[in-house]
Write a protein that binds this ligand. Structure first.
Ligand code: APR
Length: 226
């Protein structure tokens, strides 16, 4: 079966990584929208680097949980396109290959001058230079608010061609990901939501399974493997 899965911060919550909305969308009293934008980075690059340095360290310390591992198992039996909004690498470390990181990755650095990408050091600093062009224009390889998510062409196609679309651990507040269920449903795709609580776009799904991902995802995957 062709399956498209979208994951959000909720799938990594039980690995110890805080979700965005659980912290009221705040980080040390800054609104996430005030650190995760190009404008914020231009205004105060050290602050924005600090935010992602902390997330990079936390992500490296975290371990994948049963939900990440179950999706790797699902890919062994079905034609799975795994799309994540998460910038951690817990899917990869949980055994998944070819994960589509639509919002980028904390482990990656990007040169805003020449577009070169490389493995980010654990701590990035405003004075870092691009190893390719030497510009002092290095930034976390993260899609900020107002920027275009990565790999959208491939994602829309996977959503349209799937038989089943599942959204796991995402609050349904941030577009375009929040519109994936509505888009897939228009193409006759069955849409299912697995989340701790009903998401903001819950009505776009024909089925929902509420509960912690480390329990609901392995159960749901086992049902598909039977
Ligand atoms: N199991 C399943 N779901 C959970 C769990 C859990 N253990 N813990 C929390 N959740 C759910 C919450 O109920 C919430 O609906 O996960 C969702 C997490 O929502 P958000 O924090 O909004 O995360 P996400 O939807 O991934 O955010 C989208 O917003 O800030 C931007 O770019 C950032 O990728 C991020 C995007």
């Amino acid at each position: 079966m062709r399956i498209a899965v979208l994951t959000g911060a909720g799938i990594s919550a039980e690995s110890g990584l805080a979700t965005f909305r659980a912290s009221d969308g705040l980080w040390e009293n800054h609104r996430i929208e005030d650190v995760a934008t190009v404008e914020a980075f231009e205004r105060d690059p050290a602050l924005v680097h600090d935010f992602y340095n902390m997330r990079r360290i936390k992500a490296a310390e975290a371990q994948p949980n049963a939900a990440h591992r179950a999706l790797a198992e699902l890919a062994r039996a079905h034609d799975l396109t795994l799309i994540t909004q998460n910038v951690d690498d817990l899917h990869e470390r949980g055994g998944s290959a070819d994960v589509i990181h639509m919002h980028g990755a904390v482990a990656s650095a990007l040169c805003a001058a020449c577009g070169h990408r490389w493995q980010a050091p654990m701590v990035m600093r405003p004075e870092d230079r691009c190893p390719e062009c030497n510009a002092q224009a290095t930034r976390p390889d993260i899609v900020w608010f107002g920027e275009m998510p990565y790999h959208m062409e491939r994602i829309w196609q996977a959503l349209e061609e799937a038989e089943l679309f599942a959204a796991i651990g995402t609050s349904g507040n941030v577009y375009p990901a929040a519109g994936f269920a509505q888009h897939a449903a228009r193409f006759g795709v069955e849409c299912i939501e697995l989340n701790l609580e009903e998401s903001a776009n819950s009505r776009d799904f024909s089925q929902r399974i509420l509960g912690p991902a480390s329990r609901t995802v392995p159960e749901w995957v086992n049902g598909l493997l039977r």
